[in-house]
Design a protein around this ligand. Structure first.
Ligand code: SF4
Ligand code: SF4
Length: 257
């Protein structure tokens, strides 16, 4: 059988093109996935705001080396995170809240910022805001009336960041619910609760604060809370001009409701 060189070349080119397309697709989908996964990334204590952190972290890995509990990892290719960024997964190893915060102390770029953890000139790891714990009340066994305080006992800020609310169990009429509740203002996001949770998939999970916390805005001020009134200083003074159109004009113009 004769050897058709031009046919072989075109077949090879087609295979290469298909390969490149596949690789391109892989890279693109990995990029999309990374972009999404990044939003769920838990950063070390003292990390600056996420955008600022990602810009200033030089991915040297010194924080990872300094961590005595092997909590921090540097993202590798296919980890679905920006490669080289330090992060932690509380269900595997939480942050053990070292008082001297060695990871922050060694950071050469300021991506981990000591100032954010300093109170009256003293380093205070409890000022960390790595994330916030969220309770899945449908799967937490304490909400099913089963006695469990695993997360509560594990919390280094017990009765402050994580406390129990006692509620009558009407189903049995004899027992109480001991419901874990999180105070967003105090929780550091260390993840010790998530690590300790006894359910198959943790029913208390730490997520980045910007992903889960809401913002009341300056339209709503708690009048009974003097401190809350201070937010009025950020209130918008802009007056929204109302339209001169009649309501029927607006409805007939096909505007979005
Ligand atoms: S020590 Fe600082 S710059 Fe180096 S990887 Fe950790 S956070 Fe990034
Ligand atoms: S993450 Fe969990 S263990 Fe850590 S401070 Fe918050 S509630 Fe407590």
């Amino acid at each position: 059988m004769g050897f058709d060189e031009s046919r072989r070349r075109s077949l090879l080119k087609m295979t290469q093109a298909a390969g490149m397309l596949a690789v391109g697709g892989l890279i693109w989908s990995a990029y999309i996935y990374e972009a999404k996964a990044t939003s769920l990334l838990l950063l070390p204590p003292g990390a600056k705001q996420k955008d600022e952190f990602l810009k200033s972290c030089i991915k040297c890995g010194m924080c990872v080396e300094a961590c005595p509990y092997y909590t921090l990892k540097l993202a590798k290719p296919l980890d679905n995170l920006p490669v080289g960024v330090p992060y932690f997964t509380p269900r595997d190893i939480p942050c053990y809240m070292c008082k001297d915060v060695p990871c922050v102390n060694v950071c050469p770029s300021g991506a981990l910022d000591k100032e954010l953890l300093t109170d009256n000139g003293r380093l205070d790891v409890n000022k960390s805001r790595m994330g916030v714990a969220i309770v899945d009340t449908k799967n937490c066994i304490a909400y099913a009336g089963i006695q469990c305080d695993a997360c509560y006992r594990a919390c280094p800020l017990i009765d402050k960041a994580l406390y129990l609310e006692y509620k009558r169990n009407d189903r049995t009429g004899k027992h109480s619910f001991l419901l874990p509740m999180v105070d967003n203002d105090v929780c550091t996001g260390c993840g010790k609760c998530e690590r300790a949770c006894v359910t198959e998939i943790a029913s208390i999970t730490v997520l980045p604060r910007d992903v889960v916390l809401g913002k009341m805005g300056t339209n709503y001020i708690k009048g009974w809370d003097k401190q809350d009134e201070s937010r009025l200083k950020d209130a918008s003074t802009q007056i929204n001009k109302t339209s001169k159109d009649k309501a029927t004009d607006y409805l007939n113009s096909g505007g979005d409701l």
